[in-house]
Design a protein around this ligand. Sequence first.
Ligand code: C2E
Ligand code: MG
Ligand code: MG
Length: 739
Amino acid sequence: MSQPAPDASEPSPRVIALVDDDPMWRFLTSTALQGFGWTVEDHDSGQSLIDALPRSAADIILIDAMMPGMDGFQTCEAIRRTPAGARIPILMLTSLEDDDSIRAAYEAGATDFFIKSTHWVLLAERIRHLVRSGRIGRELDLTSDRLARVNTAAGVAAFDFDVVARVLRGSPGSFQVLGLGADRDQISQHELMELLEPQDRLPFLEAVADGVRRRRGIRAEFRLRTPGGELRHVLAEGEPELDVAGHVRLLRGVMRDQTDERRRLQEIERLATRDSLTGLPNRAEFLRRLGLSIEQAAASSTEVHVALFNLDRFTQFNETLGHAAGDELIVEAARRVESAVAQWLRAMGSGSLAADGGACVARLQGDEFAFMIGGLGGPHVVEALVQSVLREIGRACRVDGIDCFMTSSAGLAAYPRHAETPESLLSRADRANREVKARGRNDFAWYLPGLDRGGRHRIQMLSDLHKAVEREEFEVHYQPWVYAPEARVTGLEALVRWRRGGKLVAPGEFIPLAEESGLIIPIGEMVLRQAARALAGWRAQGIDLDCVAVNVPTQHFERDSLLASTREALSLAGLGPGAIELELTETCMVQDFERTLPRLEALIDAGAKLAIDDFGTGYSSLAYLTRLPISKLKVDRAFVNQLGGSRSGEAVCRAIVALGQSLQVQVLAEGVETADQVHALRRLGCQTMQGFLFSRPVPADQIPEAITRAGELAARLLAAEPAPGVTGAPGVRIGQTQS
Ligand code: C2E
Ligand code: MG
Ligand code: MG
């Protein structure tokens, strides 16, 4: 008969701890087991084993049941209470075969029992079996322990829901998903309900009841408040286990903490639907909400109103103050639109912007905002709201240490009157907005069905403009300016006109389109050449003129060709340096100042003089102005217009004149229309003036006459000028007309 040796696959060392008070039995048993290849640690009392246990390498413990003092049963219990002995297989050796002893052995924690005998083969076989199954048991424990830990870390817990006892069972730590301690391995339904958010309790119970009734799997999502006060989103999924009678006894499944996942989804959703700069809904979200409102309005036969806003001259703000300041302005504008609409909704008692309801404010792009109001009030009510938004945006706002005055324009459209889809409604509001811009900004307008034809009109105009450049349909008119102390016209501004089928078109109507399409370059070069030639012609007739001024838009200024064209225009006309003055805007000169400055200097080297046109409407910083190589500031017509009308208009003119004097550049007032304006300007120290009062822009052939008349008028005005004492001292008196 072969000897049952310890399994070769079992890890060594293979050690038995043996406790027996009887030295004879101890000796016999040890010797026999050693014969089977085991190492035996033997002890004569329970206490001796327990003391040695922490250092012991035993794979199994054999205990004699009957010992004096601490008997085998007590020793067994004591071993189970120690950390090292909690899981080790224990074989109780007994000479008693009665039921009580066997029960007592198991109750004390023994793994099995063996009737003392000299059947060593049987004993060795039993030991081998116990060691192996003990090891498998320990590995299983370890694996499920690890699994539980991984699950806890992943926010997952396996559970059994006992539908009869109404108890949820798991392994220790499972219910950390619910925010409970690591020691908890079960929780009653009642306790679970206490944790759940009140609104989620009934749906959860219904899902369970439904699963039990129909013997189907359940899937329930719920929110709960952990004992620590944290809100968690949990998903529980379970499958039913049936008893022999076919009733559901258990729901077995897993619970998953989805809080982080939810948060990430919400963040993704926020990024996809919100504008990152202002936090307002973005264009896509606006269109979605508008779509919902339209559906509701269609069902209730009400209207949805859409307003599209943008800031007037925002590009100028942005270029002058820099993009960071531009962003600040946008954020501030967003805040104002939002708060005006929110306030209005409160006043109407109609909910808030937060809800996925009938009102929404969004940033569509750049400086463009929109709001929509569904089912609230008619056109007049909406107009009042738009006006309050325009007013809000119009309030002064401090950016980068400067008080900025923004204005904005709004276009309005209504469902279903003007359009029936979100996109077309927005595009109609945009069309109306462009109409406001064309009319002069800082206002609002409703979409009018005729406006769409503006699109076709524009395309037609663009095509005509291309042909006009080819056919040279442009004429240059000239407007003289007067130097008051000498009552003399010293120069002229060249202003282009388009002769379009018998009618003269003013530059305001085609220059923006020419700029957008790039046609402004050939037009500008033509004006430059023609103006130079015309000046040479008048000089040849004996008319003494310092220079002719030509308007140069930013786009043209940025072309390298401008330098060559200026040189060429001067030399073709045989003119010397300073005969052509280029009028540029403040924005054009100061944006990207360090790059612009050398270009300005190169233009001067080429023989041009430089003037700032429409001065006062941009936002130049004084620091730049002192470094610009300019010879003239042209005060914008808007300020001259206010002379005598408002103190602030006069203050601006006075400040510009003083600025010109300190920079040692000439100051010219544009748009002078009345004698009073002439007198007021002279009192402020501004001596050079241009405007309808002296002459409208006229074709080249009418210029000699216009110059004479302008000089004569200047002389008459001078003669009629109020005495210095009475008016506040004009300074110089104008002499006789000179040309
Ligand atoms: P701007 O350079 O400020 O030209 C002055 C404008 O004011 C001219 O309008 C002129 O006719 C008008 N004006 C002159 N005196 C008075 C007055 O007393 N009262 C009023 N109400 N207006 C007066 P215009 O010719 O319609 O030109 C408008 C703008 O178009 C010009 O403003 C200029 O920016 C642009 N422009 C004109 N010609 C050209 C050109 O050849 N090239 C480019 N790029 N732009 C041009
Ligand atoms: Mg000009
Ligand atoms: Mg001007």
